[in-house]
Ligand binder design. Structure first.
Ligand code: AMP
Ligand code: MG
Length: 530
């Protein structure tokens, strides 16, 4: 662990809560409260990410040591650590929720690695903090497995995200009422060590603005500019709009990625929006199986569907508006903020169009014709239950000659897509005709590009993953782990290292959701924090 070089800038440069007891409270005029992780009975390492260990210059030998387990469960503090919980607020489901903060996340400190990158180490589930409100500060194995696996899967998909170093069982039981329906159960407790350049959220700024603590707000904004946006130069009020514009850009890009891979965050409250445009706080997230823009994995949101797949870009914009309101007191002018919000819309639209063109293997998005092609595709995908991931992957296998389309039946055209359909009986003759017609117009469009089939296939396979963390796969790994068999966690971690590659001996992980998982809790239904 000697390789870890600490530089705890957050606690050094920002105002601390003067109170040091670990009582739930409102914390005013401070960005954080110092708090230590709670000692646990019998920590046991379940898994770690070699890639993140590498980022931190930690060897495999170190990660396998009992010292590592003790440190990353929170039982042993290194001398240079300065543990703290952050104060933030947030809009939850569209309403201002006041102070939230790290209720169960404890930052151990910041590392500068050998590549001079700054990385914050944060334990999730390591015990209560002053921000816990009435909750226990703990996390259970099932949600920790989901966070650990998904954050690493996202990296390999090329989606910006916080990382996960380790997943450690605490050896203690945690009571959870999974669906808040009066049926609590004791579950294994666990701690994930998350790693990111910064865990600052939109809500980190909102709290100071809401309380009229403009001086602290300015300190935090200046700190963020100095630490995470150094390319903007020294922080001055003229830089604030440029900074906000950059947050709009990275957030727009993140939304395009989520829409590309079929990821639904599930709880896009402003406290779950990273200032760096990273996917953060893996809770009731899910992966689209059958393409349905209205789908949300979050049962808490089943009525409003605020955070459904298709709503995500608009919600990101809504959240950016809240951030703009929060920093407005430092800028005092609406126009530059409005302009940046406007640029979000434009950037998102343009990048989404390009992304869809790439998914289809087109050289570029052509205005006029491609809007129609893509709109009809989205209708066709919703026509019958169609697995989004399999559909795009199989679409690359299409190999038809535009000149001979008259001679081909719809059935023959659709043959490569067969495995994408959940309920073949839904494919009535009219629906087949509509899908067939779309495929015909797509093939005509491809012929205009004249990209060689092999090149098109490779291009499509580079943006359309074959393997994603299907909801039921995570659930099977959880079921096994709860029985003491952790093998599937490592198996999935390894599978998801190469999501765009064919992995012939792992075809089973690329198949559509089995019927038993359709209504299985944990696999199709999840609730907020657990
Ligand atoms: P989330 O929905 O996971 O983003 O959490 C919203 C807020 O509740 C954050 O401030 C979390 O820190 C806090 N929170 C969630 N679960 C717990 C828990 N078990 N103990 C303490 N705080 C929690
Ligand atoms: Mg959160």
């Amino acid at each position: 662990m000697g390789a870890l070089r600490f530089d705890n800038r957050f606690t050094r440069e920002l105002p601390a809560d003067p109170e040091t007891t670990n009582q739930p409270r409102q914390v005013f005029g401070a960005c954080y409260s110092r708090v230590k992780p709670t000692h646990v009975a019998a920590p046991q390492l379940v898994a770690y990410s070699k890639e993140v260990a590498n980022l931190l210059d930690l060897s495999d030998e170190t990660c396998a040591s009992s010292h590592f387990t003790k440190v990353f469960v929170g039982n042993r503090l290194l001398k240079a650590m300065d543990p703290f919980a952050m104060c933030y607020g947030g809009h939850q489901f569209g309403h201002w929720a006041g102070q939230l903060g790290d209720g169960r996340a404890i930052n151990l400190g910041e590392i500068i690695n050998q590549r001079s990158e700054r990385l914050v180490l944060q334990l999730k589930g390591a015990g209560p903090t002053p921000y816990r409100r009435s909750a226990d500060g703990l996390a259970v194995l099932r949600s920790s497995i989901r966070e650990f696996l998904c954050s690493e899967a996202m990296v390999h998909l090329g989606v910006p995200t916080t990382r996960a170093l380790s997943l450690i069982l605490t050896g203690e039981r945690v009571e959870r009422d999974m669906f808040y329906d009066g049926h609590p159960k004791l579950e294994p407790g666990a701690v994930v060590c998350r790693v990111a350049p910064s865990f600052i959220r939109f809500g980190s700024f909102e709290i100071f603005s809401a309380r009229g603590e403009t001086a602290v707000l300015k300190e935090l904004v200046d700190y963020t500019l100095r630490t995470d946006f150094p390319h903007l130069g020294p922080p001055t009020p003229e830089k604030y709009p440029l900074w906000f514009e950059e947050v709009c850009r990275t957030t727009a890009d993140l939304m395009v990625h989520w829409m590309r891979v079929g990821f639904v965050h599930g709880v896009m409250n402003t406290d779950n929006m990273s200032i760096l445009g990273l996917t953060i706080d893996y809770g009731p997230y899910g992966w689209l199986e059958d393409y349905d823009p209205d789908w949300t994995p979050n049962t808490t949101d089943a009525m409003g569907r605020r955070y459904s797949f298709g709503n995500q870009p608009q919600i990101a914009l809504w959240n950016l508006v809240q951030l703009a309101n929060a920093i407005y007191p430092l800028i005092g002018r609406i126009e530059p903020l409005d302009q940046a919000l406007e640029s979000f819309q434009q950037r998102y639209q343009k990048r989404w169009q390009n992304m869809m063109a790439q998914k289809l293997g087109l050289k570029s998005f052509e205005h006029g014709t491609d809007e129609i092609l893509i709109n009809e595709l989205l209708s066709v995908l919703s026509l019958v239950e169609t697995d989004m991931t399999i559909f795009f992957r199989r679409l690359a296998m299409l190999d038809a000659d535009a000149d001979k389309l008259n001679e081909i039946s719809d059935d023959a055209l659709m043959a490569p897509l067969e495995s994408a359909y959940y309920l073949p009986e839904q494919l009535t003759p009219e629906k087949k005709t509509r899908i067939g017609n779309w495929l015909r117009s797509y093939i005509h469009r491809l012929s205009r590009d004249a990209t060689p089939v092999k090149t098109r296939r490779d291009n499509m396979n580079a943006v359309n993953p074959k393997y994603v963390l299907r909801n039921y796969l995570a659930q099977v790994a959880i079921d096994k782990a709860e029985e003491g068999d952790f093998s599937m966690i490592d198996q999935l971690l390894d599978l998801l290292r190469y999501p765009y590659d064919e992995q012939p001996d792992r075809e089973n992980f690329a198949q559509k959701r089995p019927e038993w998982a359709r209504h299985r809790p944990g696999s199709s239904m999840l609730s907020c924090s657990s």
